[in-house]
Every structure is written in C-alpha cells, then in structure tokens.
Design a protein around this ligand. Sequence first.
Ligand code: ZN
Ligand code: ZN
Length: 810
Amino acid sequence: MIISTGTASGKSLAYLTPAVAACLDGGTILYLTPTKALAADQLRSLRELRITQLRAASFDGDTPFEERTWVRQHANYVLTNPDMLHRSILPRHSQWSSFFRRLRMIVVDECHGYRGVFGSHVAQILRRLRRVCARYGSRPTFLLASATASEPGAFAMRLTGLEMDEVTVDASPKGATTIALWEPPLTELRGEGGAPVRRTATAEAADLLADLVLADVRTLAFVRSRRGAETVALTARAKLADVAFSLSGHFPNPPAPLTPAAHQDGLTTAHSSPAPHREGPTTSQDSPATHQDGLTTSQDGPAMGQDGAATGPDGHATDRDGHATSLDGHATSPDSHATGQGGEASGPVPESSLNWALPDSPPHPDWAELPNKIAAYRAGYLAEDRRLLEKALRAGTLMGLATTNALELGVDVSGLDAVLIAGWPGTRASLWQQAGRAGRDGQDALAVLIARDDPLDTYLVHHPQALFGRPVEAIVLDPDNPYVLGPHLCAAAAEIPLTEDDLPIFGDTTSTVLDDLVAQALLRRRPAGWFWTRRERATDLADIRGGGGAPIQVVESSTGRLLGSVDEPSAHTTVHTGAVYLHQGETFLVEVLDLEAGVALVSGANPDFTTFARDITDISILATQRSQPLGSGTLHFGEVEVTRQVVSYLKRRLQSGEMLGDEPLDLPPRTLRTRAVWWTLPASAVAPLAESGIDLGGAAHAAEHASIGLLPLFATCDRWDIGGVSTELHADTGLLTVFVYDGHEGGAGFAERGYARAADWLTATREAITSCECERGCPSCIQSPKCGNGNEPLHKRGAVRLLNTLLSPQ
Ligand SMILES: [Zn+2]
Ligand SMILES: [Zn+2]
C-alpha cells in the first residue's frame, strides 16, 4: 500500500497504528527513511507514545557497537536507512534471524526521495530484502508513505516490485496558504555576453527573511545549495544587525556562530556540494576543440556539483549596501523602537519587501540579540545540534532558519508561519511539500516561491497554471539499469546464493546481467545457482548514493582541518587547483587537488575573483533504441557514451566580471555510458534558417540549454542530473543534433521521460524562451550556469526559429 498525500496530512498515524498493533501482537517492524535524521525524529515520537511493549531503536551509522546487539535481539521496531540495510543488515541477515522471522511490516517513509539512480538502487535493495524475508518465512506488508506524486501506485510497484494499492485522498483539516510567485527584478548589472542580470533569488530571500523575522513571523527559507543557505542567513543577519544598530544606537553583541560547528557530511550528494562563484560576469571566448571544420559543438555537463543557487554580486554575503536604510522611518533615537508605530520593514530594494507591519508591542526588546534570531542549517549536523535548533525554533529565540531541502532537514519544524522557497525546488511535489511546512495548528500561512534566473523558474512564475491545479510529477527510476542491477545481484548472491527461482524478483534483464557477472568472474555459476566466492564485500560494488569513486577530502593546509568532502566527479569542477571554494561563508583558494591522494588542500583567502571550470565534451551514439518523427525532424532515444574533460578554468573579477585569464588544468577525462534523448533536423529544414542569417550552432546551443532547464518539469530530476550536447553537424547523425543525456552511469530514466513527453517538453522550452523579456538571452532563458563553453555561442531568436521548425507539423 502507498499513501501519497500532502505534508502533515497524517501519514505517520496511518502507518503507526497498524505497526504498533503488530508489535503488541509479537511482530516486528522495519522502518526505512532516506536519512538518519528523519529516523531520529520518528524514534522520538515513538518513545513519546510511552508504550512499554514497544521497543523502538534506530540502527544507523551512529548506533554504538555495544547497542547494536541489543537492537538485533530485542528491538521490535527498528528504524534505519537504505544504506544500513544494504551494507549491514542484509549482509548479516543471520544475526537478525529472529527479527526477520517475526517481521510483519516494512514502512518505507518519504519514499518520493527514492528517485533517479538512488531510487533504482533502493529498488534493488528492497528486492534483496524481500528475498531475505522469504528465507525466514515472513511475508511482511510494505507500507509506503510519500508526498503527493502522480501515479503513486505505479511508482511504488517499480520501487518494490510488488502490486500496490494507493491512497491519495487527503481529508485532513488545513488552514489556507497564500502562495506568492516572486520574480526578482533585472538589475543594472551585465553578465555574460552583456546579458541583463536579475537580482538573485538568495538576495531576495535574505531580504524577505529579515523582514518576516522582524515582523515576528516564524520563517523557514529553503535554498537550493548549502552555500546559498549560508549566504541567505548571513545577509539576513547583517540586515538585522543594521536594524538593531539603527534602533538601539549600539552595535549588537558579537554574533553567535551562524551554524553549529562543521561536521563532515556522510551523505552529500553532488547537488549540495559547495561550488565557486559562477554567476554574472562577462566573458566570451572560443570554444576550444569544439569548432571542428567550422561547425560549432557546445556541451553542458550534468551534475558536477555546481550549485544552481545563484549568489550574484548583490547576494554576496559581504554586501551590505543599503542595509542601513532598513526600517526607514524608525528614528535613530534609542527608544523610538518601542513606539510600535507600525513602521514598515523595507529592504534595500523596495520591490523585494513584503511590507509587513511591525506588531504593536516591541517583539525584540533585546535588540542586541536580534541578528541571532536567524541561523543556517544544512545536512551533516549532529543530532544534538539539530535538537538545539528545534528547541530554539520552538522557544522563539530562533525565528528564521535558512536551509537546504526538506529531506536533509531532519528537524521537526512544524509550527512555522511562512516558508520562502528560493528557486524552484525541482518538482511540484517538493514545492507543495516545502510550502506545507508552514501553517501552525491549521492556521493560515504564507509561502513564497522566489524565481532564480533559470528558464524553468521564469516559465513557472509566468505560467502559474503549470503549478496550480495540476497533478504533480511522476517519480522516475529505472530498476533495470544494468549498472545498478549488477552489483546488487552480487550482493544478493553473497547473502543467499541465487537460484533460477529468484530471477523474476530482479526483473527481465536479470539473466543477461548474470551472464555478464559470471564472465567478469564476479559470480560463479554452479548447478545449484550463482555464488559469490570472492573475498571482498559484495556490497562495496554498489555506490548507492551515486557519485562514483571515493570522495575528495577538502583540507585546510595550515591547520589540517577537514572542511568537508566533495564527490570525485564534482571535484574536477569545484575544487580543482586554483578554484575559489566557499565553506560556511568563508572563502578559500584550492592550492592543489591531488586526485590520487583524494585530497584538495585549501587555504583561507579573500580573492576578488571567481573561478569557473571549463570542459570539453564528446558524445557518441552506441545504440538507437527508439525513434519517432517529430514535426520536421526526428526524435531518438538510446545509449550514448559521453567523455568529459575539465581543461581549464576562467578567472573573472568579482564585481565587474572582467576576464582575468583562462588557466589550463591537467585533469583526466571521465567517461560515462548512459542514455540520451536527441533530436535531429534535416538539412532541408535548417537551410532556410541559415540563409536568413541565423547562427545554427548558437540556436541549437540555446535550445539545448533551455530544454535542459525545462526537462525537470516532466521528470523528477533537476538540471544538474542531466547534460546536453548540441552541434550543427554530429558525426554519428550527419545532421544538426541536440542531445540531452542522463548524467549517471547507465541512465536514470530522465532522458527516457523526455522522449515520452517530447512535444510538451519542447513546446514548454520554446515558451520559456519567448516569455523572457530580455533581448538576446540571459540566465532566465537560454544561458546556463553550468555551460562548459562559457555560454558561447548562443542565439535566442534562432533557438525559437529552430524550435518552431522542429515543432511545426510536416
Ligand atoms: Zn532572457
Ligand atoms: Zn552550453
């Protein structure tokens, strides 16, 4: 059964009731969440039930070894995550025999988190779990809980491999939430190619956060990257410090630490990795190695850990211009703050303020503490830090929290009044989930979606009909991905040798993949079945959180302090030698990246430039699996090989964007075998465009950027999960070709979804471009923050003409 309803609709109660009943009846329960933080929350609420027969315990990386035996032998409600299931519980199932024998129910909470490659891994882990249960004679019920998703039953079936019933009607009482769609204004600043630059979503979020906190509105700001979250908190605190100063005449107390002490993230994903500044400034350069025979090829890689969340010049944490003007009208005399005259909290940019009236009584008698009412939060904090934050939020000593997305949150943050969402969170499902955090005890609430300069954000704030009254996205995963399946078959064989009877559990491609594994000498075929006979741990073959390769440790060279870790593919673009690296609001320069040692040595610095990695990408078609006509062109889906190499990085002056140089880098190429969707247009269709003076390479490149930006509207991915290559003439097709590929080994289902929804997807792409008011292209339409070509060449009008040609019926 899958329950797929909104935040705070009572899903927990729905699975807790039968689960607790099963425990009282002598059964056991296995509870899975994507993060250990959520498991800790659940554990707390279970303990608050005060039922003595309920012996709930979490089993994760933090569980001390001396407690583990107790959990295995005595707990009847075990809370864990897929990683622990994969690495510890399933491989040592015999130690858990009494638990498995009595297992009645498996709760898979927050299961919308299991999408893409990670979801495909979890799907295989759940199949292994089913096999182990069968071994001990139990047939537990799977109960899945998810935020709203379209076709949740179909998704749940892909995830578990079992037929599923779905519950989708949400009848819980709720206050009204006012949703605002907020487009930051264009500024005077000029970015790449002279394009106008919008005020950043983080800068607007910081203003709104400060204003709301001043108005005593408990607010959570969701920011896409942890660097962005830290910037929002820092900027909002700086505003409050200025307000406190102007009202009290004194500088506030020295600020408390912005966040609890840094801890290393065990579970960072590529998307939350820190990244150098990459917004704004101007550049133009040749695309090296991509001009072949006068033809242009442009490439845009997928998730290499570059942050989407912009921190443009005016969002930079150190920029406090204009903050002193906050709370205009409040006199500077120290006691005037107590007058409660309903002055308005107005930010430095008038349009960006909500103009909330201050309440009648002074909400913050202790002005000195004002800035400390805002903090930043990200994944990786210890449980006690999280509890401290929760307590502070509940007590009102903390009024504003800037954070990365909800799944990482692991903090009980119900009881908020407002939610700011800086940048489209990727899916309608996440939007409603994040917005649903606001609303104390059924009261009315406010949620503001602040657009980033990104084609999808632009499209959405101009097309509210794409948000409201529409079903949320399908959750996409691909359990048949052979790169995912293979390692799990090895792990399964190590747990209990595989037999012919097991094959249907793992899907149609199982026997082919098994033959491969035998050929690679990973498994041995014997009459009784397939065996794992190697010494290593089979589970080490599967890297379920993706990324591939051991993470690179980021270490401060003068002190040896470990600042964090970056996964290996991201390291090439974010912590290459010479890169500007931001951590907790501090700036560092990478002295050297040593891939072999797995270390990037950094030192504190205050450079007046940003860095931007550039790469060269080649794509070749390995197999075309599906094709269909699309307007004047043809659409294809199939397997491709993508080779990317980071070759240099650009240095640009922080404020002006002036080019300071292009420094070569010596990094190895990375090869990716994956799936792609691509479209081609015949020469006869593009010739008239070229004759009318359109730069076809620039047009295709622009269309590619915008289409990468829009695909997340149709598949649950974000633009960092996918990459693209566009070319006026591709060697394999002999035609103008635009590729969009899954950025994960073996594919993740995103490109396939693009193939299935191509007409809608490319139509929305065209509308995103035409609805942006800029003239020649900007980050809100055709420029990409992760373009390996430095956004050159791009042709906005040409992209629209090209898409018109592609979409017009033949
Ligand atoms: Zn634009
Ligand atoms: Zn590009």
